[in-house]
Design a protein around this ligand. Sequence first.
Ligand code: FDA
Length: 402
Amino acid sequence: MTFHKGGDAARRAPDVLIIGAGAAGLMAAFTAARRGRRVVVLDHAPEVGRKILISGGGRCNFTNLDMRPERFISQNRHFARSALSRYKPAQFLELLAAHNIPWHEKKLGQLFCDHSARDIVQMLLAECAAAHVTILTDVRITDVKKPLDFHVETSAGTFTSKALVLATGGLSIPKLGATSFSYTIARSFGLPVISPEPALVPLVFGQAQESWVQTLAGVSLPVRASCGKVGFDEALLFTHRGLSGPALLQISSYWQPGEPVRINLLPGEDLNALLAGLKKAKGQMKGPAALSRWLPQRLAQELARQGAPEDRPVVEWPDRTLRALADRVHRLDLHPTGTEGFAKAEVTRGGVDTHALSSKTMEANTVPNLYVIGEAADVTGWLGGYNFHWAWASGHAAGEAL
Ligand code: FDA
């Protein structure tokens, strides 16, 4: 527990009570407190910002230089636009500079800490301390009512406040203490919740005809993975349960059960033309050897087993075999049977319906002074720092309005 200013009475009746001391909650807390609001943050975990600490392999991919509203998924398509336009990656970088936190770009505009994600948590805590935010950890919330102000019953007693901010994040990684708290409270105040589903999550294959996918566990290659009109050019990883890697994680946020995922295993090339070139040159190599010129060997072997007359050299293949093989490599339709679930999901798709919130302030349209920020709301970013940026931007938007 951290106490910063004022006696017990002031602590129990702040202007703003925030539930959830994660990325969004802490950003909203010091933004509002800098504006003179008395802010208390409650969290049930023993320490704050646990998801920040484990993020980005311990280095936290805290934002992305290529920030665009189209990189966020929501049933309310343009909802994120306003908050994102008022809190840019450059503003977060200014904050890092003020705390002397070094960072670097890894790829595709993704920014990571040079040292450790702990730098980000310490920075947020330092900003909260400087603005006299009170943060209480290990607090269990048992009831929320709103006779006039909000009354919040907890294992640390009752808190009352004019404004309540729901910032408890999504359902991913339950072992870190993820709960449906924000959804339950939002529903109790009449706000709709879009069904929360795992996103940025590996896909699994249970069907016998696609069991070959699992036999390639460990194979990785650059692909284009698509679902409907959306596609990502990134790495694909075959796993013991199915498919993972950045391309697949990205597409999982768009995938709906029953839909196929289309994989182009050789994007930017024309395999039919490449094989025709080999044939013209009187290529004596057989299927696996021919395909392994452009694809990882184990994958080449498997594809040759499925679609090429292995025991004959390329020069003897009929053109239709070349075309069929090329077609399979460029348009491989796979049918996932599910995902690895919230235990392995990086984020949650769905959440409190943003049609019920103000895009400017994150306040509920029908419940004055109730705010929903961060992943608890139905806004899901792409892989690559977008989800933390949504936490900062939505926390900042609420903090400016509280
Ligand atoms: P967040 O989950 O951060 O915080 C919620 C807080 O509420 C927690 O402190 C929790 O203890 C508390 N809480 C929950 N239920 C409660 C209850 N009932 N009572 C009281 N408190 C409660 N994103 C990104 O942009 N770059 C990255 O590198 C990564 N990497 C990454 C790795 C892994 C393994 C995961 C699981 C996730 C990521 N993410 C990510 C996603 C990112 O972590 C996530 O989107 C943000 O943390 C969301 O911030 P919030 O503040 O909304 O929730």
